[in-house]
Design a protein around this ligand. Sequence first.
Ligand code: SF4
Length: 385
Amino acid sequence: MAPPLTSLLPDSPILADRASAWRSAYLHIPFCARVCPYCDFAVVAGQDDLIERYHQALLGEISMAESWSPLDAVFIGGGTPSRFPPELIGSIIEALREKFGFSENVEVSMEANPEDINTTTSRGYSEAGVTRLSMGVQSFDDEVLQALGRLHNGATARTAVEQAIAVLDRVSIDLIYGHPVETDSSWDTTLDIALTTEPDHISAYSLTVELGTPLSRAVAEGYPAPDDDVQADRWERAAERLSPRFTRYEVSNYAISEPCRYNLATWGQGEYVAFGMGAHGHRDGVRSRNLRRLDRYLEAVEAGRPPLAGQSVISGWDRELERLMLGLRRSAGVVAGEGGGQLLKSHPEFVEAGIVELREGRIVVVRPLLTDTVIREVLAVPEPE
Ligand code: SF4
């Protein structure tokens, strides 16, 4: 008999492989109080008057979808989903349940910003069916938060996290490191406060300068860019500080016992349906993306048309390479298969330099900071003759 999920460590290869078969749904809520200078997600600010209309459109889009098997994971991302009050989130979760059904112990994750979370809203989201909150804390340092353009401060974030944890069993703290105003000691303090609040999950991502964002324009005009060596050091500090209590199961993700199922499924090339402006889906070897402009998305759904912006079929060798690229991010690595065999053949230096290991038929990146370097090479791995 297969071991129960909760008995497996977050970085278990059995769990990683099982996640490939999970079925998920992604819902995008694009509304934000304002757009942070580093953000390149599909977001809108100052358009909260459209929230009710968007909510109706999401319900409409869900009702148009083809039926599918029960969902193992739902992820409500954004944007800032916590700009939707619990009743609206609840009716969306209910629509998904009616349309697809939920498997036993379904995970329903929702992203939330600290300024929206307190004991009352945490209870509301929990009663609405949310089982896991992913809190966009980013830092507990006021100076860093201000530089990141966030509306909350460290104290508000800490209180929000504590109140969420008092209500929900599963709360993730999401952090961003490497802003030039951050210091080693500020990052250490952020990690220490995060640990003190006792979340069951922490994500720690490096700040990246995405083209077209206000941050990238500022950097082009001379504002200091994040430093690669400093960021590598901050990653090491996080790994060191978190490892006694947490297991790292992906380059940037740590869990005590349960990883985020939706993320684990996507790194396992799992299938998911997607709803909302700019949302991306993956079913039957087809990757699809929705319209990224709010007015066009609303118009399409209100006219009864699927709000699709485009689709691409990923098949054959491309699919094999995609499987590798996604799976290599996990600490459990990925079953080598034909693509992995070709990778090692074309890049023996990865093994010789101790960057990659072959373990019981799996390829594992053992120097996680070099994961992106390995993944870049996967793109050019030749198909065997
Ligand atoms: S709150 Fe999050 S999604 Fe919204 S603009 Fe800021 S970084 Fe982007």
